[in-house]
Design a protein around this ligand. Structure first.
Ligand code: NZQ
Ligand code: ZN
Length: 388
């Protein structure tokens, strides 16, 4: 186990009927707030009315930025920064999934500087302060509600970059499982797949040979993501199914699983971000496809580790050797993806094989920023050919 410092400053308020806490929680940080949300879901499922009433009752003066779409765009974040400055916002309130929360994080950081917020994503500027952020999470997936990351697509350059800084942690996040009852089956599955990938990226890229604490935690999160997702697809109003999926997705990328693993990388995300930037595919859908290709690529050098995982999460696997075990593990994941109606090939995403060089070239900038230089476009292309 490597040395580590684990410090997660985000306060989590979890459970039934917790959404009314957003007004008092936001008011702690100031009176003028910017409310950030997505396209339509919170208006149609009643969350908007409930949040607005709580903010009003707490005496908040609110400006609004709606319209955040999945794979959120830099242009809208810039509009939010302009609004936050004009309104002299003291706190940002994000109500939605990862796209909304990440947009809110970019606004909170960009509102404190005169330079363009994209300079944070390209490493040209460092974050020195951010506006406080309070979130109401409505979709179990990204983990942004309890982590230091934000992912934005530059709509001019079609680069989808992720950037992390400890100041980007939300002050508080409210996780009410009932807020996710209306998540449709596809995004329920994509969110579970995203959570699984967050764990797998760490589980399979650590080089530390002695991490049983983290391994059992990660295996448990992967298993829970699948079983909780199955429950929610069976009954979208299964409160405990939704609660288990919600908490699993948050724990999958809040820093705890990676603590003690030493350096880990996110090669699957590196590749998937190019799919989402170029084709606007849902993040979890892109990951389902990339994960199967990357696992086959990775099994060439790490079959035993993948086979060990398989024995834990797919008890039926009785492989006689590591290569067979790894292949059966990958097949087990593919079958589960197909069962939850996720895509499993580039073709399922409508992406032709002839586009592979373009996708590989797009990943170059992020590979440099994420210090994944060994993922040159040629290697990314090799992985993508396994996704056909
Ligand atoms: O826009 P609305 O109408 O709200 O619809 C959204 C959107 O269409 C809908 N939705 C959300 N909550 C709902 C709901 N529909 C019905 N009922 C509800 N309660 O779901 C759709 C997807 O929302 P989105 O926020 O895009 O999904 P997700 O939470 O998966 O976030 C994806 C974004 O997170 C980034 C991804 O790159 C992607 O841009 N990530 C952020 C990370 C981070 N900050 O640490 C890490 C992740 O790896 C990921 O990269
Ligand atoms: Zn992700």
């Amino acid at each position: 186990m490597h040395n580590f410092v684990f410090h997660n400053p985000t306060k989590i308020i979890f459970g039934r009927n917790t959404m009314d806490a957003i007004g008092p929680e936001a008011r702690i940080w100031g009176q003028r707030g910017l409310l950030v949300y997505g396209q339509n879901s919170i208006k149609s499922n009643g969350i908007y009315a409930q949040v607005a009433a709580s903010l009003q009752a707490a005496g908040m003066e609110i400006a609004e930025l709606g319209g955040v779409r999945s794979n959120p765009l830099l242009s809208l974040a810039r509009e939010g920064i302009r609004l936050a400055k004009e309104h002299r916002a003291e706190v940002i309130i994000a109500v939605g999934g990862g796209s909304v929360i990440d947009t809110a994080k970019a606004i909170g950081a960009g509102a404190m500087v005169e330079h363009d917020v994209w300079k944070f994503f390209t490493g040209k500027k460092g974050i020195k302060q951010t506006l406080p952020l309070a979130t109401v999470l409505t979709l179990a997936a990204s983990g942004s509600e309890m982590n230091s990351g934000m992912v934005i697509t530059n709509d001019a350059t079609l680069e989808k970059f992720g950037f992390g800084h400890r100041l980007l942690h939300p002050k508080v996040s409210i996780l009410d499982p009932e807020a996710t009852f209306t998540v449709p089956p596809d995004y329920t599955a994509y969110g579970a797949i995203d959570a699984i990938s967050h764990v797998l990226e760490c589980y399979l890229t650590t080089t530390d040979p002695d991490t049983p604490v983290q391994d059992r935690l990660m295996e448990g999160l992967i298993e829970n993501a699948m079983t909780a997702c199955d429950r929610c697809l069976l009954d979208p109003h299964d409160y405990h199914g939704r609660a288990n999926l919600l908490w699993t997705a948050t724990l999958a990328l809040d820093g705890l699983t990676a603590a003690g693993l030493g350096r880990v990388g996110f090669p699957m995300h590196l590749i998937e971000h190019s799919l989402s930037a170029l084709y606007d595919v849902p993040h979890g859908a892109g990951l389902a496809v990339v994960m199967l290709g990357w696992l086959q690529h990775h099994a060439q050098t790490a079959a035993p580790r993948i086979a060990d995982l398989g024995k834990r999460i797919f008890p039926a696997i009785e492989a006689t050797n590591a290569n067979l075990g790894a292949a059966q593990t990958i097949d087990g994941l593919r079958r589960w993806f197909q069962r939850v109606k996720a895509p499993v090939t580039l073709g399922d995403l409508g992406i032709p094989a002839g586009d592979i060089p373009r996708i590989a070239a797009n990943s170059k900038g992020l590979a440099r920023l994420w210090r994944l230089q060994d993922y040159a476009p040629e290697r990314v292309a090799e992985v993508l050919h396994r996704c056909l």
